[in-house]
Design a protein around this ligand. Structure first.
Ligand code: B12
Ligand code: SF4
Ligand code: SF4
Length: 277
């Protein structure tokens, strides 16, 4: 398993018992026929490349990580299917039965920042998380089960709290996650004047990286070694680019998941245009 993952550019992984994880969407486990005695192989996918995006977040500028996970899912199923007859296995990422930040921390792959993200010592928080959940024992996969890792936290310097434009991490009055700028840019329908001002003041059409950029762990963090995230990076969103982008290409981008209309709403606001122009 280690060699298989490394052949896909995945160097950071660790196995933990599912029973130690925070279950957030139990129905996904049921659907895959996975019991609570399963093993979770948490994986980190560093995604920040040398290309610095101008008006969108780093995660959205790279090709969609869901596509990477889909491809990996097929490959893992073929690999394990040949070797382990009758066993259950499923790869999840984002749409996952567990709290992935918590899981990656339990697997010893990093610690949790006050910004809520998993911070890895080499790559900082610019890592996507995904996980194989399987009935196969870790020893049979050539992995050791990581046990009893306590949740570690960042140094708590407060830079993310001070920089967050939505005041999500305020100690006295933390705003709900629905007010996070990242959530607002991904919201369907009409935005309120306050939400529009927040988006324009911070110059991001899709996502928000402020609490990651100011984090001291990001200074000097390594760039992705995974080719998938290095190529086809989009560093600026424009109405011309999106109006001319095929549905297929848009579906392969993280900023496409809410549909063209929501994305163009943000771009037109950013460009000072009305939708008819
Ligand atoms: C829903 C969600 C969001 C929502 C949250 C909305 C809401 N109403 O909850 C929104 C859209 C705000 C969001 C934003 C982002 N997200 Co998000 N998100 C998730 C998702 C799908 C579920 C989180 C969850 O429900 N956790 C379980 C509940 C029980 O935990 P919780 O206590 O509510 O939240 C915990 C964490 O999830 C985290 N957290 C999650 N969202 C937010 C939002 C804010 C403002 C804060 C402070 C913390 C925080 O804090 C807690 C620490 O354990 C996870 C994937 C997953 N399945 O875990 C990705 C995930 C956490 N997100 C991810 C990313 C990349 C982002 C963004 C950086 C994207 C961007 N550049 O714009 C931002 C960062 C915001 C932030 N500071 O966390 C990555 C994080 C990777 C990492 N290194 O930790 C994940 C793991 C997806 C993945 N598979 O890689 N996200
Ligand atoms: S992503 Fe932006 S708005 Fe959301 S918590 Fe981080 S700094 Fe605040
Ligand atoms: S900016 Fe400081 S407080 Fe925030 S996550 Fe990074 S180290 Fe922790």
């Amino acid at each position: 398993m280690k060699e298989f993952l490394r052949s896909r550019g995945i160097e950071l992984f660790g196995a933990i018992p599912l029973s130690s994880c925070k279950i957030t969407r139990g129905y996904l486990l049921e659907r895959a026929g996975l019991g609570m005695d399963s093993t979770v192989v948490m994986m980190l996918l560093p995604y920040r490349s040398e290309h610095t995006p101008k008006n969108l977040s780093v995660y959205a500028s790279a090709p969609d990580y869901h596509a990477f996970v889909s491809e990996l899912r097929e490959d893992i199923k073929a690999y394990l299917g040949e070797r382990f007859e009758g066993e259950k296995f499923e790869l999840f990422g984002d749409h996952s039965p567990i709290d992935e930040v918590n899981g990656a921390c339990l697997a010893g792959l990093g610690f949790i920042g006050d910004n809520g993200l998993l911070i890895n010592e080499e790559y900082s928080s610019f890592v996507f998380l995904c996980e194989l959940i399987t009935s196969i024992r870790p020893e049979a996969l050539g992995l050791e089960m990581v046990r009893d890792v306590s949740i570690k936290r960042c140094i708590g310097c407060g830079a993310c709290m001070r920089a967050c434009p939505s005041r999500c991490m305020d100690k006295s009055d933390p705003r709900p996650k629905s007010e996070c700028l990242s959530a607002i840019t991904q919201k369907k329908g009409e935005l309120t004047p306050e939400e529009i001002a927040l988006m324009l003041d911070n110059g991001s059409i899709w996502g928000c990286d402020i609490c990651q950029s100011v984090c001291p762990y990001t200074k000097g963090a390594k760039l992705t070694p995974i080719d998938f995230f290095k190529n086809n990076v989009i560093t600026a969103l424009t109405s011309e680019l999106i109006e001319n982008m095929s549905d297929e290409e848009l579906s392969r981008r993280a900023f496409g998941w809410r549909g063209r209309k929501t994305l163009l709403r943000n771009i037109y606001l950013y460009e000072g245009k009305t939708p008819q122009e």
